[in-house]
Design a protein. Structure first.
Length: 201
């Protein structure tokens, strides 16, 4: 099992980084581009959710190298409307991500993405959030949920990554917070785990 904070971008089996568990017994069926990024197949699932849900305002916390951002941006472009607002305080990492979204010759943004080189919990003035993908530092994810709670729209889908048991008890506290705020949720049994939540009508 690798302990590197990150590794060169490539194509890896998730089983190189995540052991089998009762939630996900075959992590080798999933893939990842690096040790910190979302599983490739989960990225594809989220892009499909963007196409099916048709959100107008999308929030991502924890841009990292931008693979999820790119997929969401491409789905929004296919939809013909919507903007992704993505937060990454590490400017070097964000600059690496931006190279996925800009043309090589025109230096022009080709996807509907607004990047922010700062922490995620800042003043929010971009309208009701229809879809959120929270994948920042684990200790920030429940505080982010509480910070953005008043900004989620009535139709919002709110997702959290790295909720599998091997990431520790943080996701149990998150589940309690979701229920207390009137959300229902689904635990997605991918190697790193995800929670997909929606406020009850």
């Amino acid at each position: 099992m690798s302990t590197s904070p990150n590794i060169p971008v490539g194509w890896y089996r998730e089983s190189q980084f995540t052991r089998p568990s009762k939630e996900c017994r075959e992590p080798e069926w999933w893939h990842t581009r690096d040790i910190q990024g979302t599983e490739v197949e989960v990225i594809e699932m989220v892009a499909g959710m963007i196409r099916g849900h048709q959100p107008d305002v999308v929030l991502e916390t924890g841009t990292s190298r931008g693979f999820m951002s790119q997929a969401i941006g491409q789905a929004l472009r296919q939809n013909g409307h919507g903007t992704l607002h993505t937060y990454e305080p590490d400017t070097d990492t964000l600059n690496e991500a931006c190279r996925l979204w800009w043309t090589d010759d025109e230096n022009e943004m080709v996807l509907p993405i607004v990047p922010y080189a700062q922490e995620s919990m800042q003043e929010w003035t971009n309208g009701p959030i229809d879809f959120a993908w929270h994948d920042s530092l684990i200790q920030l994810r429940q505080p982010e949920f509480e910070f953005y709670l008043e900004h989620y729209s009535e139709r919002a889908i709110v997702c959290f990554h790295d909720t599998a048991a091997h990431f520790g008890p943080w996701s149990d506290r998150l589940r309690t917070a979701l229920l207390s705020q009137g959300f229902s949720y689904l635990d997605w049994p991918s190697p790193r785990g995800a929670i997909i939540a929606r406020k009850n009508p």
